[in-house]
Design a protein around this ligand. Structure first.
Ligand code: AMP
Ligand code: MN
Ligand code: MN
Ligand code: MN
Length: 277
């Protein structure tokens, strides 16, 4: 089987390519199985699926749900969800509304440190989108010349303790998992290596995610180092999670790993896609 990529974005959320373009790129890169997982939105899935049908690959409907665990924002990927499910679509609509309020507050904070017009600026970078988020703000800050690139923005702005960061309650992990399960999907903890929490807290997160019915964790992620891959392969075995594999591709020049170019899972893990295809 060719490569599997179950986590990437289109311009329906904060990716740079349209759903069709990103699927086409994944196909060109040799992917055999793809899932589009835009932040808090299902609007790209139909276009992505139509494109996928033109290529020799399988497509799974996905979403990356923003959630709050204690003070930490965590992301939960839903795979093989029914995009018409009423509770899931309503839950995501609520998260998108929260993004608008948060964005206004982020813009006010940035204004106070000499970056005016950030709400409108970010919105301009999101004009194909129904979602406004930190990546759009980051692109505006780069455009202004206040940082060399998007990664550089996140060293100085938009993260906890830096200007433009706003505390926000998304939804409880239990709610996100219930929406995903209610829509027939599997709940996957996204990029566990990326959360800025200590070892003990990370173990508590994995334990609680398991206890809440979480099905899988991302072992291979564009956000993971080789050490992370070993660590989360072993965590998947220990906690009894299935394992997932995704690039978290956002666009050319913005991501470490291209769509469809993820590494294989380590041995001895149950792939989350095993009986989905
Ligand atoms: P939001 O969901 O609006 O809080 O934005 C989260 C998004 O910001 C992530 O999905 C990435 O696209 C982007 N992001 C967050 N941290 C970084 C980082 N350190 N480098 C690059 N992009 C980041
Ligand atoms: Mn993103
Ligand atoms: Mn994420
Ligand atoms: Mn992502």
């Amino acid at each position: 089987m060719g490569a599997v990529d179950l986590h990437f974005h289109s311009n329906v959320s904060d990716g740079l390519l349209s759903p069709a373009e990103v699927v086409r790129r994944g196909a060109k890169n040799g992917a055999a199985l793809l899932a589009l997982t835009d932040h808090d939105d299902l609007a790209g899935l139909q276009q992505a699926r139509e494109e996928a049908e033109r290529h020799p690959l399988r497509f799974v409907d996905g979403v990356e749900v923003s959630s709050s665990w204690n003070e930490t924002t965590i992301h939960i990927v839903g795979l093989a969800v029914d995009p018409c499910d009423a509770a899931l679509t309503a839950g995501l609509a609520g998260l998108r509304e929260g993004r608008i309020t948060r964005a206004r507050r982020m813009a006010a904070e940035l204004d106070a440190v000499g970056i005016p017009g950030a709400f409108e600026g970010a919105q301009r970078h999101a004009d194909n989108a129904t979602i406004i988020g930190r990546a759009h703000f980051a692109r505006y800050i780069v455009e202004r010349g206040d940082a060399p690139d998007v990664r550089g923005v996140f060293d100085r702005f938009l993260v906890r303790g830096k200007p433009g960061y706003v505390e926000h309650h998304w939804c409880d992990p239990e709610e996100a998992i219930a929406w995903i399960h209610g829509a027939g999907g599997r709940a996957v903890l996204a990029h566990p290596g990326r959360y800025r929490i200590g070892r003990d807290e990370l173990r508590a997160l994995l334990r609680e995610f398991k206890d809440c019915g979480g099905d899988a964790i991302e072992v291979v992620s564009g956000a993971h180092s080789p050490d992370h891959v070993r660590e989360f392969a072993s965590a998947a075995r220990e906690y009894g999670f299935m394992a997932s594999r995704g690039s978290d591709f956002h666009g050319p020049g913005e991501s470490h790993v291209d769509v469809g170019r993820t590494a294989e899972l380590p041995e001895g893990l149950t792939p989350v896609w095993r009986d989905l295809i």
